[in-house]
Write a protein that binds this ligand. Structure first.
Ligand SMILES: Cc1ncc(C[n+]2csc(CCOP(=O)(O)OP(=O)(O)O)c2C)c(N)n1
Ligand SMILES: [Mg+2]
Length: 893
């Protein structure tokens, strides 16, 4: 890792010098490209002769950009420092004031304190706002650095003192500010929820790629837009943070810049106390094919490095581990001289003319505007690769005894008065003692040079950020004519709802108005869902086209990759696919294009695998359709417990703005998608959809007249009993969903034909919708005691119904239980609680007791308990229907 550059095992320093001087000469006369070429030739020769030249992806522990190659800083350093100091103070003040008023409110001071320079250089020189030509940049701000971003918005006049005071008090009178970036809560301000660590980085990678996709498909010129992703060094431990790096490199995303704030600390302590996080990350990023720029040392190190002719300073920097660097920050100059530079006589000598105060003031690169500017400049101009900037900073910079570089820094919310005073002096803030005591905000006069500067810089860069602006054309829903095909022509055909969906998707793709906006996303499951038929016609997106003749080129349906391909084939990457879904489904708010993503995946690998991304997508007001394929615990033949999803709908119920449907027939599916597009893309509602689709072929039935409303609201009577008179008093109501409605239909027939019992079959398309509406109604009634109580849709629907209600679905029993309170006489749920098995559908349905026989038996058993038929008849039915009463309970085996 960090070590191993080999210079401290020098056995012939004269020879080493010769080589280095030759390289120096080449660099001077012919430049870096020639030097690079020569080094590659030397490496190749060494490799051919058995020297291990692999593996060392790290470079020395100094700045990547040497001082001679730094782009000069064009800003006004004094003014920028003033502005940055004010932001630092105000960011801290809002946390202090909040916690004073309401102890335990929380908030973070130390994180923004460490990355203030990283943001301010961006705000003053690089981040392009929404009015910039070609569109504004996409910026993922580190979640818990929000106080600093709010502080800047305050200076820019976008936020009032009052709302600052209500940081983390969103329900306070007059409104407040959310703790972290949440577009759901501040829809004009925040764009990307980042505080669940790791989601920002993976979303940023796929966002940058989606911008390329839009460009290559000719939908929008996104060539000017950069995606910036700010993250913590501790955050890099999340698998999602680094999991998609190779995709960014493979796709040559030079529109993507990661800035990792390497303050060497996370929440509990050091990120890599015993080694060096910057070196480790450099290796990972370079290994994945990224351009890596390290900013480790501030400008006041430059003379020391220049004087380091023996290489001992570089050696010392390399040898020192992060835990040690962290400690040095809390020590005095004298200590640093003795314990750091004092390690070698050569390094001690280097600093002999520096005072202790100067040693204490040796700055880390991430706090030096000159170094940060040069790195950003290099990053935005770098071609052909994404860039990571690894900036070394100090956690709690400026907090002094209150937390600077201490392990407690992350959660420090209190800064005592003397530390505040020290901060005032250190950052030369004009504050009276009284203002310090009350942590007053600082806002210079509007016509002061610094405020003018602030405004001018943002005006030159295209306006304030962050800003979420929805300026996007609306789209019409799919035509009735398209939908009618599924109401009329599909009737009587044998198909799976997955086949119906793919057919519908194809029609959408071919639609003159909607076609261009459809973004099919698949994680290497196209063939599973029969979507391979779309590959040739619509093309699989590839940034480079197709550089080979596909093996199936001679077939009408071949694997066609193309630069303007419409399908995003993501490989086996549900998190990546979900990130693409989010990028496509939020493009209306980020780049003003109404793309409609259909992400089709193995339902089991949805919520439980990438649930946190789905939550982030919800927060972002992402639109589109999550198509949970191969759904159901028993409909998926043979696959076993890790594939059979019987709880996706339960998880879906936890996402407030998600509509979840479990359609059974072609007409239900078509109507739901039509309405979904209308609500999201015509009306602009901030909702999205989860639809489960099945791979079981069965007869597509005709749509009962007038059932459209019920399909959308969640339930309608699908097939009333055909019995003239029932043998019993109680009517049986069988509620079926998805492909399991067949079991309800078969049970209806058996009940009627064999037992003379009348039964109605209802199709429940969405328990979630039924419950949402019922709860809304219940709440309204509770809060309006003097008004006539309202009735929910479900209550109205069942108003005139009575009898025994049995629900059966391929999901856990919890799902129908969502609504049992509003069903007259309650509801008996049959479902698939327990682990799945590798088995046939038929055996699985018996195993979980949801097959037609078990449904029939449950109806009879309930009639028996009510005394409407003798229990002996029930016992006989159990035998006749072939149900083993001693079979194991699926929940516990
Ligand atoms: C997925 C997830 N796990 C845990 C947390 C809680 N958390 C918030 S900040 C933080 C430490 C962050 O450290 P780092 O990434 O180094 O950021 P720094 O504050 O040092 O800049 C943790 C553990 C979270 N927000 N998200
Ligand atoms: Mg950190």
């Amino acid at each position: 890792m960090a070590q191993g550059n080999g210079w401290y095992h020098d056995v012939d320093s004269e020879e080493t010098r010769d080589w280095l001087e030759s390289l120096g000469g080449v660099l001077q006369t012919q430049g870096p490209d020639r030097a690079k070429y020569l080094i590659s030739q030397i490496r190749y020769k060494a490799h051919r002769n058995g020297v291990d030249t692999s593996g060392n992806l790290t470079t020395p522990y100094i700045n990547t950009i040497p001082v001679e190659r730094q782009t000069p800083f064009p800003g006004d350093r004094l003014i920028e420092r003033k502005l940055k100091s004010i932001n630092r103070w105000n960011a801290m003040a809002m946390v202090l004031r909040g916690n004073k008023k309401s102890d335990g409110l929380g908030g973070h001071i130390a994180s923004y304190a460490s990355c203030a320079t990283l943001y301010e250089i961006g705000f003053n020189h690089f981040f392009r706002g929404p009015e910039a030509p070609g569109g504004g940049d996409i910026i993922y701000f580190q979640g818990h650095s929000t106080p600093g971003i709010y502080a800047r918005a305050y200076l820019e006049g976008r936020l009032s003192e009052k709302v600052l005071d209500n940081f983390r008090r969103e329900l306070a009178e007059g409104g407040g500010l959310s703790s972290y970036p949440h577009p759901w809560l501040m829809p004009d301000f925040w764009q990307f929820p980042t505080v669940s660590m790791g989601l920002g980085p993976i979303m940023a990678v796929y966002h940058a790629r989606f911008l390329r996709y839009l460009q290559h498909r000719g939908i929008k010129d996104t060539s000017q837009i950069k995606v910036w992703c700010f993250m913590g060094d501790g955050e890099s431990d999340e698998p999602e943070s680094l999991g998609a790096l190779s995709i960014a490199a493979r796709e040559s995303l030079d529109n993507l810049i990661f800035v990792v704030n390497c303050n060497l600390q996370r929440l509990d302590g050091p990120v890599r106390g015993n080694s060096k996080i910057i070196q480790e990350l450099e290796g990972v990023f370079r290994g994945a094919g990224w351009n890596a720029i390290k900013i480790i040392l501030g400008s006041n190190w430059d003379p020391l490095l220049a004087a380091d002719t023996t290489g001992h300073l570089k050696k010392l920097l390399e040898e020192t581990v992060d835990g040690e660097f962290q400690r040095l920050r809390v020590e005095t100059g004298a200590y640093i001289r003795e314990h750091f530079f004092g390690k070698y006589p050569e390094t001690l000598k280097l600093v002999e003319n520096m005072s202790d105060a100067e040693l204490e003031g040796l700055r880390r690169g991430g706090h030096d505007p000159i170094k940060v500017y040069a790195a950003y400049h290099a990053a935005v101009h770098h071609k052909g690769q994404p860039t990571v900037i690894l900036a070394k900073t100090v956690k709690g910079y400026g907090m002094g005894v209150a937390g600077e570089s201490k392990n407690i820094a992350h959660q420090a919310k209190k800064v005592e008065d003397d530390a505040r005073r020290a901060m005032r002096d250190r950052f030369q803030l004009t504050l009276t003692n009284e203002q310090i005591l009350e942590a007053a905000y600082i806002k210079p006069d509007a016509d002061s040079p610094e405020m003018k500067y602030l405004r001018d810089r943002r005006a030159a860069l295209g306006g304030s950020i962050p800003q979420r602006r929805v300026q996007c054309p609306s789209l019409p829903p799919p035509s009735d004519e398209m939908v009618n095909k599924y109401i009329e022509t599909s009737v009587g055909r044998t198909a799976s709802t997955t086949m119906v969906f793919v057919d519908f998707l194809r029609r959408l793709l071919d639609d003159k108005t909607l076609g261009k906006w459809i973004v099919p996303i698949i994680p290497d499951e196209g063939r599973t869902f029969g979507m391979d038929g779309l590959f040739t016609k619509y093309g699989i997106y590839s940034a480079v086209g197709q550089l080979y003749e596909p093996v199936d080129a001679k077939f009408p349906n071949y694997y066609r990759e193309t630069k303007n391909g419409q399908i995003l084939e993501e490989g086996i990457a549900e998190a990546g696919s979900m990130s693409s879904f989010i990028a496509a489904g939020s493009a209306y708010a980020n780049v003003g294009v109404p793309t409609i993503p259909f992400y089709t995946y193995y339902s089991m690998f949805g919520f439980q695998r990438v649930g946190d991304l789905i939550w982030a997508g919800a927060d972002m007001r992402t639109r589109g359709f999550l198509m949970g394929g191969t759904a159901g615990r028993t409909t998926l033949n043979g696959e076993g417990l890790q594939h059979q999803d019987g709880h996706g709908h339960l998880a879906a119920a936890t996402v407030p703005n998600l509509l979840a449907y479990d359609p059974a027939f072609a007409f239900e599916l078509a109507i739901i998608i039509q309405e979904g597009i209308r609500r999201m893309y015509t009306e602009g509602e901030s909702i999205f959809y989860y639809l489960t689709i099945f791979n079981e072929n069965y007869k597509m039935e005709a749509m009962p007249a007038g059932s459209k409303e019920g399909i959308l609201k969640g339930m309608y009577k699908f097939r009333p009993s055909s019995l003239k008179s029932s043998k019993v008093k109680s009517k049986i109501h069988l509620l079926g969903s998805g492909s399991i409605i067949q079991q309800a239909m078969a049970a209806q027939e058996t009940l009627e034909k064999q037992y003379g019992v009348a039964a109605d079959v209802w199709s429940v398309t969405s328990y979630k919708e039924l419950r949402r509406d019922a709860l809304e109604c219940e709440r309204w009634n509770r809060l309006h005691p003097n008004d006539k109580p309202r009735k929910s849709y479900l209550e109205t629907l069942l108003e005139k119904e009575s009898g025994i209600f049995i629900a059966v679905s391929d999901n856990m029993k919890f799902l129908p239980e969502f609504v049992q309170r509003w069903v007259p006489g309650g509801l008996i749920p049959l479902g698939t609680d327990g682990f799945g098995r590798s088995e046939s559908r038929q055996s699985l349905r018996r195993f979980f007791e949801i097959d037609a026989e078990c449904v029939t038996y449950t109806a009879l058993e309930n009639l028996g308990r009510r005394g409407e038929i003798p229990m002996s008849e029930v016992a006989n039915a159990l035998k006749d229907l072939g149900i083993d009463p001693n079979k194991p309970d699926p929940v516990s085996v």
